[in-house]
Design a protein around this ligand. Structure first.
Ligand code: 4AD
Ligand code: MG
Length: 477
């Protein structure tokens, strides 16, 4: 490559040297100033064009969105807000973008509009900043676990088991939908299917991660997971990425300690490494909030909020304590909650979680020891016989960001639980084997990666922190 990145150019001392950059035109002002961006940084490099030096036909092709190669002299910038600029002496148009039809114009577009142009929205400052932060966060995840003695484990995507037991799965089949083979009872005969059994896209890599933790000690998965829940909210995707560490010999307390340290670790990483993008996103958020009523504005700016998380302890509260707080809360008494809390055992809705975090504790909260009835089959039963060693981490503006637990390691207790929930032992024979051979206390959790990116970037909708979102009725691109 004879060109260098714009990020590099912007930190290069200008000595009238010849440089070449490639990028896309953000704006072209007065037939003279091209703001060029190549995605390497939020900042553009200004290329100054002496229009007498260039062919008119060429200049006509320079419009927002066009891809250019610019060669010129790197000089100290005359304009404000940039250190260097390029005095262009050669411009090559890789590809023009017709201003009549190119949808991404240099003006504010709504997020809804941009979702329909998901293949082009990465050319906007906002999406480029979000996706750079997303990339940095992914790296931080791998770095954190590698630095802490974990092995990266790839859970299968196609699976025969429903880890969460919620039955919200996408079927994987090669059978002819119109004319499937049937059993004598008239059911679809999956024996004739590709895998010889019913299979689905995984909702979680946990069960398989448990098997690997029982040999490698500490493992984590970081991969796509799929849920066919019909939740059209700003916090749900049908395809999302989940990070799931699983650790042998960890109890619930050790699990909570790890989860808190992990979240702080990856957020510190982006604070240190994504300063420019975070500053841009913070300003974007402040501008957006100006349009909202005072009561809905957040009390902290983005970077301050991230630092607050990194610097403060999460509050740990049992489910039972949380229910007491909620029961006696103003919105509950005044019936402002959509679901009024009146009994121990109630499942918490996002309105309750957000009340606890945003109004009551005003910091991240780890709720633990939930009623067994509202949690998955694999969680370890407490001595009281009615709660399990589950924990959820609740975040301001997000609600649940992590769900985890200490796992039931006792064969007899697990069997009883599975029988109670009608989970056939034949389906999970191998999971039961783990309790027969060298079973041990172990724990893990799942963190929804997009919810983390949502929090780190201050974006408002989960569809805007994943490149090509999949949600009910939407799998374009
Ligand atoms: O709480 P969940 O369902 O937990 C599990 O799947 C466990 N097997 C994890 C484990 O212990 N290894 O999901 C974990 C996290 C949630 O806290 C949430 O952040 C995210 O995954 N999540 C979603 N994110 C986006 N869209 C959805 N539809 C999500 N469902 C869960
Ligand atoms: Mg959960």
């Amino acid at each position: 490559m004879d060109s260098i990145s714009i990020k590099e150019i912007l930190s290069t001392a200008p000595k009238r040297q010849q440089v070449t950059v490639n990028g896309w035109v953000k704006t072209f002002r007065s037939n003279r100033f091209i703001a060029l961006n190549d995605g390497s940084t939020i900042h553009n490099v200004q290329c100054v064009v002496d229009f007498e030096q260039f062919d008119e036909d060429l200049l006509k092709q320079i419009a927002s969105g066009a891809a250019l190669k610019v060669t010129g002299t790197l000089v100290e910038s005359q304009g404000r807000g940039q250190s260097v600029e390029i005095q262009a002496n050669d411009i090559f148009v890789h590809g023009p973008a017709d201003p009549e039809t190119y949808p991404i114009q240099p003006k504010k577009h709504s997020m809804e509009f941009l979702r329909e142009k998901a293949h082009l929205r990465i050319r906007t400052n906002t999406f480029a900043a979000v996706m750079r932060v997303r990339s940095a966060l992914s790296f931080a995840v791998h770095k954190y676990f590698t630095d802490n003695g974990f092995y990266y484990f790839h859970a299968p995507i196609i699976t025969g088991s429903d880890a969460e037991g919620a039955g919200e799965m996408f079927r994987v089949t090669t059978l002819d939908c119109k004319n499937p083979p049937l059993t004598e009872d008239g059911e679809v005969d999956h024996k004739e299917d590709f895998f010889g059994k019913e299979t689905n896209l995984t909702v979680s890599g946990q069960l398989e991660a448990e098997a690997y933790a029982m040999g490698l000690g500490k493992v984590y998965t970081f991969g796509p997971t799929f849920r066919a829940e019909n939740s059209n909210t700003s916090r749900h995707l049908a395809e999302f990425w989940m990070i799931e560490p699983e650790m042998a010999f960890y109890d619930l307390n050790a699990n909570m300690d790890l989860a808190e340290d992990f979240i702080k670790g990856v957020l510190s990483y982006v604070l240190e490494n994504c300063a420019d993008d975070l500053a841009f996103l913070e300003k974007r958020l402040l501008d957006e909030e100006k349009t909202k009523p005072q009561a809905e504005r957040s009390e902290m700016a983005l970077i301050e909020k991230l630092k607050f998380i990194v610097d403060n302890n999460f509050k740990r509260v049992t489910y039972t304590e949380a229910i007491d707080i909620l029961r006696n809360s103003k919105p509950n008494k005044k019936k402002k909650f959509q679901y009024v809390i009146d009994e121990w055992g109630a499942d918490l809705q996002s309105e309750h979680e957000r009340f606890l975090v945003e109004k009551h504790f005003k910091c991240p909260v780890i709720l633990f020891d939930y009623p067994a009835k509202i949690k998955a089959f694999y969680m370890r039963l407490n001595e009281d016989g009615k709660t399990v060693r589950a924990m959820d981490i609740l975040f301001p503006g997000i609600g649940e960001i992590v769900g985890g637990s200490q796992r039931e390691e006792r064969l007899d207790v697990l069997r009883e639980k599975m029988a109670e929930l009608d989970i056939p032992e034949e389906e999970l024979w191998w999971y039961l084997d783990l309790r027969k051979f060298g079973t041990a206390v172990h724990s893990g959790f799942g963190l929804g990666f997009e919810r983390l990116v949502l929090f780190a970037t201050g974006m408002g909708n989960i569809r805007d922190v994943i490149p090509f979102p999949r949600t009910p009725q939407n799998a374009e691109f």
